[in-house]
Design a binder for this molecule. Structure first.
Ligand code: FEO
Ligand code: CA
Ligand code: CA
Ligand code: CA
Length: 638
């Protein structure tokens, strides 16, 4: 398997980690039952408001004349004309707004390192001192009057990364080291100077965290046998973080970086290596994604170092303001394909972290700290000591957080933190349609999660054998468009064990379909999208929705154009398209300047199939970038 093949992380796992087989007859019966539930039973539970309704021709055609969103929070200062779906190789924003790149893959962070040059690729040493590739989740921190932008660098598309190298493969040791250095996290100081955001070269806070950076293992799994390796017999320290997807921010000013598809970096030199059920559940197997890091680091060879893979798949805490402070993998938050980590302090002071596990049929989690957050008091144990819960959804729109403890799972606490997926299966959690980002409303106890899509819904079980039944918050078989889940914790308390749920939106294509694939009522030809992924509320309570979907603009996806960003009102259900990304990109990562006059948005992997030259025009190598979106009049809008 080669990363140059046009195949997603998920499809790769699908191909290499076959699920348990179910007979065709079983599937037909299961699907038939689920269909009846969907079309009949569910409506009687009161879900009619988000199921497809018969829509009139005028509703279909009124898409370009949106009035301002009706929520009183969405005042007229934020009225904008919806952007039309398009396939342009640029960032399209509404009239009256401008978008320009702030920092791109390969921009050097230090004056002694020459900048990105298309004709003269960076060396590994240069990449270690330059902005990483494929930026994803990000946050902006204010420190001593400086602005520190902290950005995940999720992965690399090696064909682009090696400057259109046809094989998409590393050819030298320096190539491999450079590749490891382009992953991780980039921290760079930025400033708004003479009307533009600029990277401050040589800032004492500029630094790179890569797949080789030393960090500590913290929490209940630290020192466990499953985390011990030849290089680290104590199981307490690990080199690096990679495939850093979404992010989070703690109230004490640290950054959380979430390790997602870590499995693809591991492989076995022994083709007969006996893959354990635990490895199989995480998609770790003999074949890797073709990054070939095992060629210079034995630890990526599971037959030589079988515990190394257990040291990835965590939430990593970084203090951007203190480069000397240890970076910590917080095992208490569980090990899975972490999407983001949305942190909120509950009214009773406990720290709650909501997290999705982005894989077909995996789960939605929350962590609740044992201690409470008190400003000025030590926070060192708040992400070490607490209880991890997994979500169970019922068809009556109720839900429960099931604790993952030795009592409920029969597993020791450290193993719950390492083999979290197995623990969650034991308590009967609800298999979900790939939970991506979770976002918590700034003023009210309301949470949303993007369920991006799931072509296996109603088709086969997840890798642990848990059924992927059609129903509840995952109401469509072979779900190609995705949906956005919303829930309210009981009594407004994020630590409560119960919640009420609904679906904010079912994505779909009302131009192509008139059945459940048309989506929910407020989806129309002017705002349709697929594969919601990034999700974030702004300070006014507007929900920003970023997509990582099919951009072919054909078939089921005709009329949707490139990946995009929309803004929604979770009370009225209104959704409007705010931005369209360049060709073949994903729009992911969002944060605001302190004055709310700049919205920073991530453009990831433009031209992943060779069809973009963003941010330049003409025959140039495409580069992932953080883009600043501002109003032309400079007024705040977030
Ligand atoms: Fe890195 Fe699930 O997205
Ligand atoms: Ca994502
Ligand atoms: Ca995604
Ligand atoms: Ca991505």
């Amino acid at each position: 398997m080669n990363i140059a093949d046009d195949i997603s992380f998920d499809d790769f796992d699908e191909r290499n980690s076959p699920r348990d087989k179910t007979t065709g007859f079983d599937l037909i019966i299961e699907r038939a039952l689920s269909r009846r539930e969907f079309m009949g039973g569910v409506i009687s539970f009161g879900l009619g408001q988000f199921l497809l309704s018969t829509r009139s021709a005028s509703a279909k055609n009124s898409h370009l004349n949106f009035t301002a969103l009706e929520d009183t929070k969405m005042n007229n200062s934020f009225a904008f004309d919806a952007v039309v779906a398009n396939g342009l190789d640029t960032v399209t924003v509404p009239d009256g707004f401008v978008a320009s790149p702030v920092v791109k893959w390969g921009d050097s962070l230090f004056s002694g390192v020459s900048n990105f040059d298309e004709t003269n690729p960076l060396t590994a040493e240069m990449q270690r001192q330059s902005f990483g590739d494929n930026n994803d989740g990000m946050s902006l921190f204010t420190h001593e009057g400086r602005l520190l932008l902290v950005v995940n660098n999720e992965y690399t598309n090696n064909r682009v990364f090696f400057h259109n190298r046809e094989s998409g493969k590393a050819e030298t040791e320096d190539d491999l080291q450079k590749n490891m250095a382009a992953h991780g996290v980039s921290i760079c100081e930025i400033d708004f100077i003479d009307g533009a955001w600029r990277l401050i070269s040589d800032s004492p806070f500029n630094r790179r965290i890569t797949a080789m950076t030393e960090m500590e293992i913290a929490g209940p799994a630290a020192g466990h046998d499953l985390l011990k390796t030849r290089d680290d017999p104590a199981g307490l320290s690990v080199l690096g973080t990679f495939n850093n997807c979404g992010n989070g921010v703690t109230p004490w000013g640290t950054y959380l970086s979430c390790e997602e598809n870590f499995n693809g970096y591991f492989s076995s030199s022994d083709p007969d290596f006996d893959v354990t059920p635990e490895f199989a559940r995480y998609g770790i197997g003999v074949k890797g994604w073709g990054y070939d890091w095992n060629k210079i680091e034995e630890r990526f060879d599971i037959s030589l170092e079988p515990n190394e893979a257990n040291r990835f798949g965590y939430v990593v805490e970084i203090d951007p303001k203190d480069p000397a402070r240890a970076i910590k993998k917080r095992t208490a938050l569980g090990r899975f394909k972490h999407e983001n980590a949305e942190v909120v302090v509950a009214e009773n002071g406990h720290v709650v972290v909501y997290m999705g596990d982005d894989e077909r049929g995996e789960f939605l989690y929350k962590y609740v700290s044992d201690g409470t957050y008190v400003e000025g008091v030590s926070t060192s144990q708040l992400l070490n000591k607490g209880v991890l819960y997994v979500a169970k959804f019922y068809d009556d729109l109720r839900g429960a957080w099931l604790p993952l403890t030795p009592e409920t799972t029969g597993m020791p606490l450290a193993e719950i933190c390492i083999h979290t997926r197995l623990a969650a299966s034991k308590v009967g959690a609800t298999t979900m349609d790939r939970p991506e980002w979770v976002a918590v409303h700034p003023d009210r106890a309301e949470c949303c999660c993007a369920l991006t899509n799931n072509k296996q819904r109603g088709v086969k079980p997840n890798k642990g054998g848990d059924e992927q039944t059609v129903g509840g918050p995952n109401p469509r078989a072979k779900n190609v468009y995705g949906q956005i889940l919303k829930w309210q914790p009981d009594k407004g308390d994020h630590t409560a064990s119960g919640f009420q749920w609904s679906l904010f939106a079912l994505a779909g294509n009302p131009q192509k379909h008139s059945d459940e694939k048309a989506g929910s009522r407020k989806i129309n030809s002017g705002n349709m999208f697929n594969a919601p992924d990034g999700l974030s509320f702004d300070s006014k309570g507007r929900l920003w929705i970023q997509t990582d979907g099919n951009y072919t603009d054909s078939g089921d996806f005709e009329g949707m154009g490139n990946n995009q960003m929309l803004v929604g009102d979770t009370q009225t259900g209104e959704i409007r398209r705010f931005l369209v990304g360049p060709r073949e990109c994903e729009v992911t990562g969002i944060c605001w300047s302190p004055d709310k006059a700049t919205l920073f948005v991530g453009i990831q992997h433009p031209g992943e199939k060779g069809g973009s030259h963003y941010p330049l025009m003409g025959e140039h190598l495409p580069r992932s970038a953080v883009v600043a979106v501002r109003r032309e009049d400079g007024q705040p809008f977030g």
